[in-house]
Design a protein around this ligand. Structure first.
Ligand code: ADP
Length: 160
């Protein structure tokens, strides 16, 4: 059984993340969306809220689970017995960062294979932070996040 870890901060989950998780769920037996729990002032949603929003977003896909973790990502990968780490690649800046992290992760956990998915064209420029900026300026985010995430952004006062 191939278990793939899809890690990130998911603050909150967007349609871009869901697209990657969905595509990965067709290739691997089990996907664990690992949400990094770190005290960071720039984070909008608490770890419980982020887990809840992501869980609801992928509830229709049987082989995707959502879990939070602290500490080093590769340690969490080992703990859940993941053989694969999934990441999404948008523009070239993502590539450079992923390459750097992949080299370091390989040193820490050589058996873990990184599989990067090219972002779909419609989500190429979508990040949680940009989406929140659009939302706070009154822009329409309905094509960027699921309905319940748009609701949560309203309740947080991020969007009107
Ligand atoms: P991090 O907190 O690691 O910067 P995120 O939590 O935003 O990243 O995202 C987790 C993973 O999902 C990363 O691999 C990121 O590149 C990818 N990702 C984020 N948004 C998109 C998108 N719109 N399309 C494809 N991949 C994405």
């Amino acid at each position: 059984m191939t278990i793939a870890l899809y890690p990130g901060s998911f603050d909150p989950i967007t349609n871009g993340h869901i697209d990657i998780a969905t595509r990965a769920s067709r290739l691997f037996d089990k996907i664990v969306i690992g949400i990094f729990s770190t005290p960071d002032k720039r984070i909008t949603f608490s770890i419980e809220e982020r887990v809840d929003l992501a869980t609801r977003a992928v509830a229709h896909i049987a082989n995707i689970e959502v879990k939070s973790y602290t500490g080093i990502t590769v340690d969490f990968a080992r703990q859940i017995k993941a053989q694969v780490m999934v990441r999404g690649l948008r523009m070239s800046a993502d590539y450079e960062r992923e390459f750097e992290m992949a080299m370091l992760n390989r040193k820490l956990y050589p058996e873990l294979e990184l599989v990067c998915f090219m972002a779909s064209q419609e989500y190429q420029f979508l990040s949680s932070s940009l989406m929140k900026e659009v939302a706070s300026l009154g822009g329409d985010i309905n094509s960027l996040v699921p309905k319940h995430v748009a609701e949560a952004l309203k309740n947080k006062g991020v969007s009107k």
